[in-house]
Write a protein that binds this ligand. Structure first.
Ligand code: CIR
Length: 256
C-alpha cells in the first residue's frame, strides 16, 4: 500500500491534562513538540503530503488524531470516541476529511462508541477490538457502514488493561504483524506472519509502516533489531512524552 497523505494535529498546551491510565508525570510540551516535528518530517520524507492541523487547546488529547476516524480507500468513517472528553474531537476532524475524500460517513448511534486505535486494517480484513473505548454497538455500526465498501470486519480481543487493540500490534506489510505475545497468544493473527515484540518492550508494539519506513518509538533495541533483521527500514522517533499518555506512533496520524 502506498500512502499519499497523512493528517496530524500539533500538540496543545492543555496536553498536560491528557488522559492516562497511570500517572507517571505530565508530558513536557516543548519536548513533545520536538518529537512531533520529527514524526511529521519522517512522514514527509517518504514523499507523502502531511496536512498539519493547528493545536486544539479545548481537547487535551487531540494530538492523537487516529482515534477520530478510520481512513479506507473507499472513504472515511468518523468515529465516536468512548472517552467523554474526546467525543468532540471527531467533529473537529470531519471537515478536513470531507475536503480530501469523496465519501465520508459517520458513526452516529447515541450508544455506539468506537475509537480508531482499536482498528487494524489489513489487505484482507478489518480487525476491531472491543475495549474500554469501543463497544459492541460501535463495532456493529462500523460493520454496517463499511460492508457496502466490501470490507469484512472481524472482532478480536484487546488484552485486559491495554488501552487499545493497536496499543499492542501494528501491520508491517500485507501479511506481517508486529505483536506483543500477550495479544498474539489469543490466536487473533492466525494466517499472518507474526514478529514478536521482545519481552519487557511491550511499548514498542505500536509502530507504523508508512511507505518505505517503519516508524517506531526510540528505546527498544531488541525489538528494533528484530524488525531490522526482517528487512525493514526503521526510524526511531522519541515518544517519551506521548507514552506518559498511553500514546504512540499510530495514534499521531491518519494515513491514506
Ligand atoms: C487517550 O487516553 O485517549 C489518550 N491519552 C491516548 C490515545 C492513544 N491513541 C491511540 O492509541 N490510538
Amino acid at each position: 500500500t502506498h500512502f499519499s497523505h497523512a493528517i496530524t494535529r500539533r500538540p496543545a498546551p492543555s496536553i498536560i491534562a491528557g488522559l492516562r491510565a497511570v500517572d507517571t508525570g505530565s508530558p513536557d510540551l516543548a519536548l513533545m513538540q520536538a518529537h512531533h516535528a520529527a514524526y511529521v518530517a519522517t512522514l514527509q520524507e517518504t514523499g507523502a503530503t502531511v496536512v498539519e492541523l493547528p493545536a486544539l487547546d479545548a481537547y487535551p488529547d487531540s494530538v492523537f488524531v487516529e482515534d477520530t476516524a478510520l481512513c479506507l480507500p473507499e472513504g472515511a468513517v468518523i468515529m465516536r470516541p468512548g472517552a467523554p472528553s474526546r467525543l468532540g474531537e471527531a467533529a473537529e476532524m470531519a471537515p478536513h476529511l470531507r475536503a480530501l475524500y469523496g465519501q465520508v460517513v459517520e458513526i452516529t448511534g447515541k450508544d455506539s462508541f468506537i475509537e480508531g486505535g482499536d482498528i487494524l486494517v489489513t489487505e484482507r480484513e478489518v480487525l476491531v477490538g472491543r475495549s474500554a473505548r469501543t463497544n459492541a454497538a460501535g463495532v456493529a455500526e462500523l460493520a454496517r457502514l463499511v460492508g457496502p465498501w466490501g470490507h469484512k470486519l472481524r472482532e478480536v480481543h484487546t488484552p485486559p488493561g491495554v488501552l487499545h487493540f493497536k496499543t499492542d500490534c501494528s501491520l508491517l506489510d500485507v501479511d506481517t504483524v508486529l505483536s506483543t505475545t500477550r495479544l498474539s497468544a489469543s490466536g487473533c493473527f492466525e494466517g499472518y506472519r507474526v514478529i514478536p515484540v521482545a519481552d519487557g518492550e511491550e511499548a514498542a508494539a505500536n509502530t507504523i509502516r508508512f511507505n518505505d519506513l517503519v516508524l517506531m518509538p526510540a528505546g527498544f533495541p531488541k525489538t528494533r533489531d528484530t524488525i531490522l533483521a526482517a528487512g525493514f527500514n526503521v526510524r526511531e522517533i522519541g515518544n517519551s512524552e506521548c507514552a506518559k499518555l498511553d500514546g504512540g506512533m499510530s495514534c499521531l496520524s491518519l494515513r491514506f
